[in-house]
Each structure stands twice: as C-alpha cells, then as structure tokens.
Design a binder for this molecule. Structure first.
Ligand SMILES: Cc1cc2nc3c(=O)[nH]c(=O)nc-3n(C[C@H](O)[C@H](O)[C@H](O)COP(=O)(O)OP(=O)(O)OC[C@H]3O[C@@H](n4cnc5c(N)ncnc54)[C@H](O)[C@@H]3O)c2cc1C
Length: 424
C-alpha cells in the first residue's frame, strides 16, 4: 500500500484528520480537488481586503478546538459581539425599537412553544417536524423572524429543515479571526502531505485496502477517509466500487445543502455616515432579508449575507449581476453616492460550486438518523467525515468544529481498524 490513509478533501475535516494521523504514527496523503486548502473555510484576498468567503465565526468558542490551534499558531482571535445588534431596515430607513422587541418576543415564544410540546409528548415529538412547523403558533411577523433565522443561520427555508436536527446543535459564544478563519485553517495545514488539484474520481475496494483513482494516477491505501460535502456525494462526483450500501444511500437522501451566500463590496474610503460595526438587516430586500456587516475590522468593506432561495437566486444571476444587485440594496440605505465610491465586489456562491454544492448540510424533516447513518459507512476501512457526519455526541454538525471533530473521530476509527490487523 502507498499509504495507511488516503484522505479525500483538504477542508477543516481533512486537515484535522491528516494532523491526527501523524500524531498517531500513521502515514497519510490528502487528495484535494481544488488548487488550495481549507475548503469552505477560505479567506478571500482578491479585493485587497481580506474577508472570509465561507466560515467566519469560531462557533461555541468555549469548546472549539480551533481556539487552541489559533493559540498554538500565534493567530489572534476576538470575541464576536453577536448578532442581536443588527439594526432592522426597511424602505431605506431604520424600523425602530418596537420591531426588534417584537422579534425577540417571537424567539421567546418559539422556545416556549417547543418546551410545552416536549413536556407533553417527549422529545421525539420533533422528529417529523420542520423549523416552520415549530414556528406555526407564532404571529406572521414571528414566523417571518424564524424564517430569517433559518435562512441566514442555517442556509435554507424553514419548511425544509428538520427541527430535531436543529435542536441537536451546540450553542455558545463566537470568536472571530481578524486575519481570517481561512488563514488560520490554511496555516494549520502547513507541511501536511496534501496533493492539490487532484480530484478523486473513484474509490475501489481491493485486497488489503483501497485503490483511489485521480486524473493524475491511482494510489493505494489501507483505509480511506472521505470528507467531501454530502452535496458532492449526492451528485456522485466520486464513484465507489462496489457501490455504497443502501444505508448510506438512504442517509444521503435525508440531507440537503443550504445556500448561505455572501457578497463582499469594497469601497474607496467613503463610509456614508455609517460607523464601524453599525450592522444592518434589510427586511425588504427583494429576494429575501439580507444582513450587511459594516466595515469589519475597520476595513473599507461591507459583507452582505443571505441564504435559502434568496442565495440561490443571487448565484443564478452570476457574480457581476449579483454584486450590482447587492450594491443596489445597499444604496437604498447608504445613499446613491455608494455607487461612486464602489471599487469592486465578490460573490461567494458555494451552492453553485461543484466542489461543494452548497453552504452546509441540513437534515430534512424526518431524517433524524441521517448523520449517524452516514457516520457508519458499512464498509470496513472506509470512513465518512466532514461537517455532515458530526451529530449526536458532537452536536456541532454544519460547522468547522464539527468537521474537525469528525476528521479526528474518523482517524481514530481508521487507526483501530488498521492496528486490529483486519487489513493484511
Ligand atoms: C457562507 C458560509 C458561511 C459559513 N459560516 C460558518 C461559520 O461562521 N462558522 C462555522 O463553524 N462554519 C461555517 N460554515 C460551515 C463550514 O464552512 C463548514 O461546515 C466546514 O468548513 C466544512 O468542512 P469540511 O472539511 O467538512 O468540508 P469542505 O470544507 O467542503 O472540505 C472538503 C474538501 O473536499 C474537496 N473536494 C470536493 N470534491 C473532491 C474530490 N472529488 N476529490 C478531492 N477533493 C474534493 C473540496 O474542494 C474541499 O476542499 C459556513 C459555510 C459557508 C458556505
């Protein structure tokens, strides 16, 4: 065998797996389709002002391993001020305190309703429910608030997302990384055995392990860790021989990929009377509400975020038109001079990228065991990792932390398998 472990994908999961493999004395090779590491954690520098095109927040930073990694690498992190301060806007003007208060009350009512349901019927009551089902008793304005949280937090419309899956997720304080979360993750990959621009097309079980095929040739490994997104697996971009067991195919059916989407706008220094950190959420943006993070780290940059069908609509426009559309929405509150000071923009359209097929995974209503079922590939020596597989014990799916825990867990399982002598 060429290596103990072939790791497919050099995102947070694959990078963590490769670091762990080294620590356990296993040889590994990471095969990455794109010409860079980091996957959905990527600090885009093309506007001359760095911004995180994918993950930006070190979620639940009190237990997130990337806080330790940042300290090890000497990379600064800062506590994020949270999301509740975003000023609500409509028709180019602030909506006033009452709307914000009604919104907070809607979230309280949502949680109170779930408590009542659980006390009456037990926690399995949520298994078949969507986020929208959970919000059903709220006022229309309350349901809209939940819808925004769903699209902007989870990346898709509330009627598509399993409530039970959402309730499994960890919560806690967020940290941010001034030089970029992507910069941190890329630094962590330094000196790891990564082959870039090497897409895996086929994984075949052979005597003693696996043959992993790429356009640059094949390699053999005792065990394989697959970290590509469930979107990529569902699109069958990698063929498995023999084909994957039905349990895995059913698990994949239980997932969709959300469409969290960012647009970065760079300006020449004009700030339109808006201060650093005076972030906005535009409630009446034509495609669906959109947040604007203002001048992060005092950079001449505005970061717009939307999700779900609004994100998909932007991506379908193509980068040029999407940037113009977001600039137009921005100008409605910043003023027409925004166009004069505009320098350039970028669309981070993960849902339209065949290497990702979306922002991150969510389970569909009813698919309560999808994450666990994917975790067990049913094939000795073949392990799925990546953010989608991290549920249950590590309630961190969808996130960089979850992807990393899953990579770590997959290497441990692979090490036990290899050391058990089951491969010859
Ligand atoms: C806009 C956006 C914002 C987000 N915000 C946050 C946040 O603030 N905090 C947070 O924790 N998480 C956030 N996330 C989610 C987070 O980015 C992901 O959960 C995490 O990065 C996934 O890591 P991964 O290693 O599982 O997968 P990936 O990062 O997708 O890594 C898989 C790798 O496999 C590669 N690949 C694909 N196909 C092949 C192939 N055939 N052969 C070889 N390689 C292949 C891909 O190029 C990729 O590099 C966000 C995601 C998006 C899109």
């Amino acid at each position: 065998m060429d290596t103990d472990l072939a790791i497919i994908g050099a995102g947070a999961s694959g990078i963590t797996a490769a670091r762990m493999a080294g620590a356990l004395g296993l040889t590994s090779l990471v095969l990455e389709a794109s010409p860079r590491v980091g996957g959905r954690v990527y600090t885009d520098q093309t506007l001359g002002l760095p911004f995180d095109a994918g993950a930006a927040y070190i979620h639940f930073s009190n237990r997130n391993p990337w806080m330790r990694e940042a300290r090890r690498l000497g990379i600064e992190t800062r506590l994020w001020r949270g999301f509740t301060h975003f000023q609500m806007m409509a028709d180019g003007k602030p909506l006033g305190m009452a709307s914000g208060e009604r919104r907070s009350k809607a979230f309280e009512a949502f949680w109170a309703h779930l408590d009542v349901l659980e006390q009456a019927q037990g926690e399995t009551v949520f298994d078949q429910m969507s986020m929208a089902d959970g919000a059903r008793p709220l006022t229309p304005e309350g349901q809209a608030a939940l819808g925004d949280m769903s699209r902007l937090g989870l990346g898709d419309q509330p009627e598509r997302i399993s409530l039970a899956d959402y309730l499994e997720q960890w919560h806690g304080p967020d940290h941010v990384v001034p030089v970029g979360y992507g910069t941190l993750v890329a630094a962590s990959a330094h000196a790891l055995p990564v082959r870039l621009s090497t897409p895996v097309t086929d994984v075949e079980t052979i005597k003693g392990g696996f043959k992993v095929q790429t356009p640059k040739g094949a390699l053999t490994a005792r065990a394989v860790i697959v970290t590509v997104s469930v979107g990529v697996l569902k699109a069958e971009r990698i063929r498995f021989k023999p084909s994957l067991p039905n349990t895995v195919l059913r698990a994949l059916d239980g997932f969709s990929m959300g469409a969290l989407t960012k647009v970065a706008l760079a300006f020449d220094g004009g700030r339109f009377g808006i201060g650093v950190g005076e972030d906005k959420i535009v409630m009446d943006a034509p495609l669906g509400s959109m947040t604007f993070e203002m001048w992060p780290y005092d950079r001449n940059l505005v970061l717009a975020v939307t999700g779900g069908d609004a994100g998909r609509a932007l991506i379908e426009m193509g980068e040029r038109q999407a940037v113009q559309e977001v600039l137009r929405i921005f100008s409605a509150f910043a003023g027409p001079e925004a166009h004069r000071h505009f320098q350039g923009g970028r669309l981070a359209g993960w849902w339209g990228d065949p290497l990702f097929e979306g922002g991150y995974s969510y389970a569909k209503p009813g698919a309560v065991s999808a994450r666990q079922d994917l975790h067990e590939s049913g094939v000795d020596g073949l392990y799925f990792a990546g953010e989608a597989t991290c549920g249950g014990r590590f309630g961190a799916s969808m996130t960089v932390a979850g992807a990393s825990y899953a990579g770590w867990d997959a290497v441990n399982r692979a090490a036990r398998f290899i050391q058990s002598g089951a491969v010859s």
